[in-house]
Design a protein around this ligand. Sequence first.
Ligand code: PEP
Ligand code: MG
Length: 600
Amino acid sequence: MPRITHSSPSPPDAAAGEERIVEGVGVAPGIVIGPALSFVGETYRVSEERVDDDEAEAEIRRFEQAVKRGERELNKIASLARDKLGESSAEIFQAQTLILRDAALHADVKCLIRDESYSADFAVQTVMGRIRKRMEASTSEYLRDRAGDLVDVQNRLLRTLQQSKGFSKIETGRIVVAENLTAADLLLFSRRDVLGCAIDFGGPTSHVSIMARALGVPAVVSLHGFSNTVEGNETIILDGFSGRVVVNPTEETIAAYRARREKYQRGLEARQELVPLPAETKDGHQIALRANVELEQEFPLLEKYGAEGIGLFRTEMLLLAKGQPIDEEEQVAIYQEAIRAARPHPTTFRLLDLGGDKLLPMAHREHNPFLGWRGIRILLDKPDLLRPQLRAILRAAVDGPARILLPMVSTLDEVKRVREHLTDAVASLQADGLPHEEDVDLGIMVEVPAVVLLLDRFAPEVDFLSIGSNDLTQFTLAVDRGNDLIADRYHELHPSVLHLIAQASMAGHRHGLSVSLCGEMASNPRVAPLLVGLGLTELSASPAFLLDVKRAVRSCSKAKMAALAAQALEQPDAQSVVTLMNTWLREHVPELAVFFDETA
Ligand code: PEP
Ligand code: MG
């Protein structure tokens, strides 16, 4: 249950306690200074809370709304379970719906709110706790087994109740400190003008980190238990470049960080000179630099940073932001906006990549979500999600070039089935008499090693390829991309990953397909020469990093980059590749070797 505690802002000169420095991983650039807001997600305990007498009826309405929302969620889960697992699995959720509707439960909760002035949350916890104890102590085995369902229902209600009041009460201008955050949580915080976020878990390719970059919210992750050590009344400096967090900074420290921030701002302004220049190596090879976008608010950044279109539109983030599926008309409007911002260059719409760490509230729990029901697997099982999205893209494509990109493909059959859906979508638009494009390129994310190994068989079925190095790395090295315990083992520069990238790039070009790389490594200017050297001709990066990537592309000849790549492929491990790359950068592009000194 999200529990939110505010630490009141303390003026820097009145900072209480000793200055302490904690090191994590900087994943979204920027330096912010401000008061902490501690956020505890998914702990379903609420402390005793009372409300004023005149608030009791509003509390009861909050409870009733939470029940309604719970019912809607359970209905969706039941239908999902029915589709995938059969009627008997759906029964569990129907039983939970009956608990939610139980008249005695409602009467007891309302009574506690009215008579004891308890908040709806605490009343729910108290009443359901009592029922659960009775069930657990029962002589009936059946009733004892059902106690678990009661806990699920209680958690569902408490989560909804806490969300309904949690985010709207947050003061603006805070640095969120949390054990864990989802991309959807961060979106909600951003509406309260959050300054930055510091998270115990996660890595650079976790979707909360990607969302932080999209929103321009400086962020540090992998802070290992930091959230437990922050108390109220503490001022924090968060450095999204170095990954450093300073608690209770001295005035001297604050002054030093303010100076760094100004230097960074000046550097940003200087980079604007690169906008009109081509992304071309010294020996004349053009590289298409496109933008990764997640939200509509990023569309103006295409022009600001000179992006050649959108290489990856993570459309699922729109849905996460809204908390529910978006209808066809709404999708058409957003997609048209994207296409207008990107044209004459293409907009690459990745179909909804749900699952993994991008979960909807009504989602199933899975033990291995990244290896589970994700991306194209969900879409093919849920044509009610796939069909409107295909239709919306075909309709929006009338306004300019569009491409469709399939997420998490692992078998050829998945591509063929989407092609059939695409043919149906065209036919249905014709039947409806709606203007649409018939011929839109269809490509696949190359992010499962099996696909790289069989690319010669995939190539004739697709129009382009886009390498998803974030997932490709986690699947190749068997290292969960969001698990901070093994974050030091997650390495996109591991030679095995580089070999797969080189193989994918060669196979694509052999078949005359364009090959892009849109994982987070494409946003790292220090890595750009290596990627160009591996044969990539398109890179798609977070908009704010595009100019630095362009500078890297322009800094040297492709021939020298290819020589670097050839040596990198020979290395035994990731550390050797990093050492090789740093030596190469110092020799050939010293301005990139000091890239981080410049920004920090
Ligand atoms: C990837 O896996 O590299 C990718 C670009 O997709 P996502 O990060 O959304 O999984
Ligand atoms: Mg991916």
